[in-house]
Every structure is written in C-alpha cells, then in structure tokens.
Write a protein that binds this ligand. Structure first.
Ligand code: AHR
Length: 502
C-alpha cells in the first residue's frame, strides 16, 4: 500500500492560475472552425465565436490565452488583421499547411474572445520578421487610452476603449522558426524590442516575456539571462523581463516519426510518460540557472508550449497537426500539471499546445460537433488548484511491481493545495498501465468531514470520438473509506483522481 502524507499546514507557494493556461495559433483548425466561425455561420456563435467551445472552456476555468503563435507569430503583421473584414489581406499561411489566411480573426477578435472567456490575454509579438516600430505600435493600438495615431486607428475601427495586455511575448522560438538566432543575438534584440513595449497604464502593466529555450538547451537560458539580467542599472529589480519562456513537447519516437496518438504499445506508454516526467528536470535545471541571476525568483518561468506531439491523424493535412487524445494524454497532462504545481515558486504560467484541434487539445470539433478530450477532463479536475497554495506532500512505498519497476516512471504522482475556501485539493495519477495502486492518505491535522472526489479512467487507448463522445469522462469517485482520519482507496491503473476535502 502506498502512503500519501499531506501536511496541509505547510504552505510551499502560491499556484498562479496561469499555470493552467492555453495556446491558440493560426494553425490548422484551431482558430478557424475551432474557435471562430464568423458571425454568419450556422454554428451557434456570439460575434463569430463558437458558443459550445466558449462555454466548455469557461467551465474548465481557462485563466489565460496565448495568441497568435507559435511560429505564426514571427510572420504575423498585425495590421493585416484590423479594419473591415472584406478589406483584410488574404495570404498563404506558409508555415502551416499552405492554406489561405484571410485575417478575419485579428486583434479585435482575439480580445473579444478573451472577454467572452473571462481570461487573461497573452499576445505574442513578431521579432523574426517584424520591426521594433511594428511591435511598439501594436502595443499602442491595443493599450493606449489617449490621443495618438494608433489609439485613433483603434477607435476608427470601432473600439473606443483600450484593452489590457496581461502578457506580451517578444518573439517566439527565436532559436528556430523565429529567426534562427544565436542566444546572444536574440538577447540583444530582446533588450531593444522590449524597450518600446510601453507601459501606457500604471495600473495595467504589461508583463514582458522573453523567448526562452527549447527543451534541455540550457546554454540558451544561460546566455539570455546573462545578457538581459546582469547589467549595471537594471530598469527594474528583475531586469528587462517578467518571464522567460520554455518549450517542451513529448513524443515516444523521433522528431521525424513521433508515433501514433492512438496506436501504441506498453513500451510507448512508458516512454511517453518518462518524457513527460522529464519536465521536472527541465524546470529544475533551467530554474537553477535562473536562480543564479534571480535568486528572489522575480522572473517567472513561462512554459508557454507543452504537451504531446504525435503523428497527425491518418488522412489529415500534415501541416494542420491534428491528433486524437487518449488516456495516455490524460496521464501526461496530470503528471505535468502536478510538476508545475510543485514548482510554483518559479513556474508562473504554462500554456498547453494547443487549445482546439491542434496537438494535445482539450477540445476537438467537426463541423457543428464538439467533443471534450481526456485532457479537458484533467484540466477540469485540477481547476481548484488555481489560485490556491501548494502544500507539502510526499509518497512512500511508491513502486510498481515486476518489470514495470524498470520503466523509470513513478507509480503514483501527486500534488496538493489548500484553496481560499479551506479545501485541501489532492490530484493523483497512477502511471502504471496495468497495476492498480492501493493508497492510504494521511493528513497532519485535518479530520476529513466533507469529501468530493472524481476519477478519469479507461483503457489506455480509450478516446472520445464524434460518434462516441463520452467514452472517457470525469466521473464521481466514491470508492474510498475514511478510517481513523485516513482516506483509503485504490487508484486504478492509468487513472487520474481528484479529491476535495475539508
Ligand atoms: O505548437 C506548434 C509549434 O510548435 C509552434 O508554432 C512552435 O512555436 C513550436 O515549434
């Protein structure tokens, strides 16, 4: 029996709601069809945004949305996406599938969407192929509340009042699709570009995100921190940035042949989860480099692209990155979110890639139909961690039996928080593909009186389809007993469980 010890009195840090963030790029059917169908669509919409999708995302409590890319961001020229729609430029989305981008979803539509979702905004600017002036004027267009050429243009386009940019990304993957730069070159460009990301409103500061590393390329973090942090007179206590990004994708195979989203064997299962668990090492090692410059942890680590990246579904456009989502994805989400919670002192935001119809999505659509993926249910089950305090927890006797013990994946994995209403929120994953885990949960002081719990379980390959949309879904979990203040239950193989206890 594994023992889960929880010291609910020992608070370890605050879990920023933005750890549960999302990413939507002009890629495949994410924006168009997935989120935005236009005002004239037969699909029920409010100002062009799909009602079903917006409602589901609100129910999941989406805290922040990153847009417009991704690689698309460093080719995006924001002026193409404002003004009367019929006059907006049509162009080819060279990066993703070579399809026509008609720019009908632009700045106004993004802020409309975030207003409907009630979430924070994360706009990613163009360093790779854009100018300092273009970036600077975009921020002026969006946030300036006064007389200026850009504010006047916004008003002429129908939006009198400025919007709020919560986070602004200065470029994306500038080591790759964002310009193939060296870290030294990018870091100097970052210093320059971010200078003109003006703060037009003292009470609505724009947090600036510097483009960070890919996976374990620690030299990037080192060089960028060195150039952007160590300086004689920093403009702020934390230098030129509020956050430094990190991108990391999980796949069992190679970059060229990543593996199928739905057809996999036991080996692929553990390989995928082992790679997901590697996020812990990434966060700790990049974090250790950041600590050398920023020991007070004023700069957030922003994991603004993460998730499973498999081969596209057979028969779909290879440039659209459309993939299915099984219980394996649910486990990757569960374990990764537990890692973020447990490193909430440094990780301040994370955005799963991507929100709808692309990579590890929470929602898939087909015409007017919409399904929630297993990953959606994990985000829903974990939502009470948002804005709560992480508390101490550890597992004892956490070992799989037999050959699986060699798989370098923990048996169980957990994180625990206490929220503002005083509930202890426990999220737990059983990463074994075939072994159930008996668990005894103990608290420092709490005598459990009120318990609600949910479970997501299913055969490892189980997923939802438009024909069978509820094959995998969150269900009430009541197969536990309370004995001497302990909660005793069995976590089925390959399951995610959440408890809310008071
Ligand atoms: O999420 C898909 C792509 O992955 C993004 O556009 C890019 O930033 C990353 O390489």
């Amino acid at each position: 029996m594994a023992k889960l010890f929880i010291n609910e009195r020992n608070k370890k840090g605050h879990i920023n709601p933005e750890l549960y963030g999302h990413f939507a790029e002009h890629l495949g059917r994410c924006i168009y069809e997935g989120l935005y169908v236009g005002e004239n669509s037969d699909i029920p919409n409010v100002n062009g945004m799909r009602k079903d999708v917006v409602e589901a995302l609100k129910e999941m409590q989406i805290p922040v949305l990153r847009w417009p890319g991704g690689c698309f961001a460093d080719e995006y020229h924001w002026r193409d996406g404002i003004g009367p729609k019929e006059e907006r430029k049509k162009m080819i989305n060279t990066h993703w599938g070579g399809v026509v981008e008609d720019n009908s979803f632009g700045t106004h539509e993004f802020f409309e969407l975030c207003e409907q979702l009630g979430c924070k905004t994360y706009v990613n600017g163009n360093v790779g192929s854009g100018t300092v002036q273009e970036m600077s004027e975009w921020v002026e267009y969006i946030t300036f509340d006064g007389v200026s050429p850009m504010a006047d243009l916004r008003k002429k386009n129908g939006h009198e009042k400025p919007w709020k940019i919560d986070y602004f990304g200065v470029g994306n993957e500038n080591w790759g699709c964002g310009g193939n730069m060296t870290p030294e070159y990018y870091a100097n460009l970052y210093r320059r570009y971010q200078t003109y990301v003006r703060q037009y409103s003292a009470d609505k500061p724009v947090k600036k995100i510097c483009g960070g590393a890919n996976s374990d390329e620690y030299y990037w973090t080192e060089k960028v921190m060195d150039t952007c942090f160590a300086m004689p007179q920093p403009p702020a206590a934390h230098g030129y940035m509020d956050g430094l990004s990190l991108h990391y994708y999980v796949f069992p195979g190679t970059w060229e042949k990543k593996g199928s989203a739905t057809q996999f064997d036991e080996n692929d299962w553990y390989n995928t989860l082992k790679k997901a668990v590697f996020m812990k090492e990434l966060v700790e090692r990049h974090g250790a480099i950041m600590d050398q410059y920023d020991p007070k942890k004023q700069i957030g680590m922003i994991v603004d692209e993460w998730g499973c990246w498999f081969d596209v579904e057979p028969g779909t456009n290879p440039g659209f990155l459309y993939q299915q989502n099984t219980m394996r994805d649910a486990l990757v989400a569960g374990v990764t979110l537990n890692i973020f919670n447990k490193h909430c002192d440094r990780v301040k935001m994370a955005c799963i890639a991507q929100m709808v119809n692309v990579l590890q999505s929470v929602i898939l659509t087909e015409g007017p139909k919409m399904i929630l993926t297993p990953t959606y249910h994990v985000f829903h089950m974990y939502k009470h961690h948002q804005d709560a305090d992480l508390v101490e927890s550890f597992l004892e006797g956490n070992k799989m039996t037999g050959a699986a013990d060699d798989c370098q994946v923990p048996f169980l994995d957990e994180s625990v928080s206490v929220d503002k209403e005083g509930y202890v929120n426990v999220t737990l994953t059983n990463l074994s593909v075939n072994e159930d885990a008996p668990v005894e949960m103990t608290f420092a002081e709490l005598i459990p009186a009120q318990i609600t719990a949910a479970i997501l379980q299913g055969e490892a390959h189980a997923y939802n389809t438009f024909e069978e949309p509820e094959k995998v879904k969150e269900e009430k979990f009541d197969a536990y007993e309370v004995k001497d203040g302990k909660i005793i239950f069995t976590a089925p193989a390959g399951s995610v469980i959440s408890f809310r206890i008071r």
